[in-house]
Design a protein around this ligand. Structure first.
Ligand code: IMP
Ligand code: MG
Length: 187
């Protein structure tokens, strides 16, 4: 498999590793204060949410458990999700009566997350709170009530720190903008 080097298609770095880590630490501290005295269940949305989840929970000083959920949206055209979302990995434990914190990499149209929220609400958690690293607010199609946002970003396709382009580049410690004129899919 020939995978293009990110240096060959990056338009520019959007959020540096230092900025990411500093912001995530702040978010963890805020969550710690807001949920003081409670236990939380962190639900990480695979696969993009993994990086922020593992860094964020190091800064949450509360009793917590971590669960994973995977959702697939049927893609239509250029990385566009519609409302049609499938759960491809469900939780192993009931969430009834628990304080749930959903951790996502990015909220774009809002379709993926609103489907997840709708499903989880039917299981009667004590509370359901959303945390996202990135908010591509200009693209919102469905309203999502986000409590914690790392960074609001413009409408650009980004990669790194959990976010993929054709499943690659999730491992990079920073977030970059893809130059779609230069990007070539793996061959
Ligand atoms: P939504 O359903 O439109 O909100 O899309 C959310 C999902 O689309 C995210 O969980 C990502 O997997 C993906 N996504 C949206 N924007 C980007 C991006 O700029 N880079 C990489 N993945 C993205
Ligand atoms: Mg993706």
């Amino acid at each position: 498999m020939a995978v293009q080097a990110w240096q060959d298609f990056i338009k520019r770095e959007l959020v540096s590793e230092e900025k990411l880590q500093a912001r995530i630490k702040e978010m963890g501290e805020e969550i710690t204060r807001d949920f003081a005295g409670k236990e939380i269940l962190v639900i990480s949305i695979l696969r993009g949410g993994v990086m922020i989840t593992t860094d964020l929970i190091r800064h949450i000083h509360l009793p917590l458990a971590v669960e994973f959920m995977a959702v697939a949206s049927y893609e239509q055209g250029m990385r566009q999700s519609d409302g049609d979302v499938r759960i491809t990995l469900d939780l192993r434990t009931p969430i009834k009566g628990r304080h749930v914190l959903i951790v996502e990499d990015i909220i774009d149209s809002g379709n993926t997350l609103s489907s997840v929220i709708e499903l989880l609400q039917t299981r009667n958690p004590a509370s359901l709170t959303i945390c996202t690293l990135l908010d591509k607010y200009e693209r919102r199609e469905v309203d999502v009530n986000i409590r914690y946002t790392g960074f609001k970003i413009e409408n650009e396709f980004v990669f790194g720190y959990g976010l993929d382009v054709d499943e690659y580049y999730r491992n990079l410690p920073f977030i970059g903008i893809v130059d779609l004129e230069k990007y070539e899919p793996p061959s």
